[in-house]
Design a protein around this ligand. Structure first.
Ligand code: NAP
Length: 255
């Protein structure tokens, strides 16, 4: 019997899948039954992710694309359609940040953060929604951040971009509900990645926030993937416009 959370028969695109959280999301979605198109700029990274997914018995295609460039995003979606004939799920995961307090943040740095972490979500959503409408529905899941829910000291543009993502998700959810296209977000706190120990070591303000996590640990990448799978699956068929925090309780302990 198929589980409510099964992604069997669905085709997913996961951006930023060349490493860490994006790759974990892509692999876990394949374990849940999806065929997965993996995309990022680094070819070796996405080829390795695709090989891992094929090793699980699912179909996978690696398509390099810079999510900041509309033409590359459109081409990536076209390649996905040529290979698999449909797109049911988009996971907007690509993103990154750098530490710079507002007084030190240049206009160029601001624009770069907004372009990568906010505009790209809009470009990717626009690139798939026409196909989802023709298919009778779909699910878009954006990876936001708890930095978009609270003040983001030393990370003002990233925090603003992620807050923008949380708002964009609500607007697209309302606009596209009539097409049965659901749009939701997952907001992780600190994710367990190889750079986390260095970040905590180098930045006292991050250590202080980390110390407020009630569960007293970082979020595992598989725990981010679990929330994505829920939102992408039919288990969440009546859920749209929400943001699920996966942060060990950190956000509710900061307010
Ligand atoms: N790490 C955390 O603690 C944390 C916390 C909350 C939220 N998040 C969010 O979770 C997501 C994943 O974080 P992570 O730490 O796993 O990230 P990461 O290890 O830095 O990986 C980022 C991914 O995004 C891709 N990417 C970056 N710029 C891109 C571009 N212009 N076009 C296409 N792909 C691009 C990278 O691939 P290429 O370089 O190969 O393009 C890579 O696959 C991000 O949205 C991040 O903001 C992270």
């Amino acid at each position: 019997m198929s589980s409510l959370f099964s992604l069997e028969g669905k085709v997913a695109i996961v951006t930023g899948a060349s490493k860490e959280t994006g790759r974990t999301i892509a692999v876990e979605m394949a374990k849940a039954g999806a065929d997965v198109v993996v995309t990022a700029r680094t070819v070796e990274g996405i080829e390795a992710a695709a090989a891992q997914i094929r090793g699980l018995g699912r179909r996978s295609l690696a398509v390099p694309a810079d999510v900041r460039e509309a033409a590359q995003v459109d081409n990536m979606v076209q390649k996905a359609l040529e290979a698999f004939g449909r797109v049911d799920i988009l996971v907007n995961n690509a993103g990154s940040d750098f530490i710079a307090p507002a007084l030190e943040l240049s206009e160029k740095g601001w624009d770069a953060m907004i372009r990568l972490n906010l505009k790209s979500h809009f470009l990717c959503a626009k690139a798939v929604v026409g196909t989802m409408i023709k298919q009778g529905g779909g699910s878009i899941v954006d990876i936001a951040s708890t930095e978009g829910l609270r003040a983001a000291p030393s990370n003002p543009a990233y925090g603003a971009a992620k807050a923008g993502v949380i708002n964009l998700v609500k607007t697209l959810a309302v606009e596209w509900a009539r097409y049965n296209v659901r749009v939701n977000a997952v907001a992780p706190g600190f994710i367990e990645t190889p750079v986390l120990p260095m970040a905590l070591e180098g930045y006292p303000h991050l250590r202080e926030i980390y110390g407020r996590i009630p569960l007293r640990r970082a979020t595992k990448q598989t725990e981010v993937a679990a929330a994505v799978i829920y939102l992408a699956s039919d288990a969440a068929a009546c859920t749209t416009g929400i943001t699920i925090t996966v942060d060990g309780g950190m956000t509710c302990n900061l307010g």
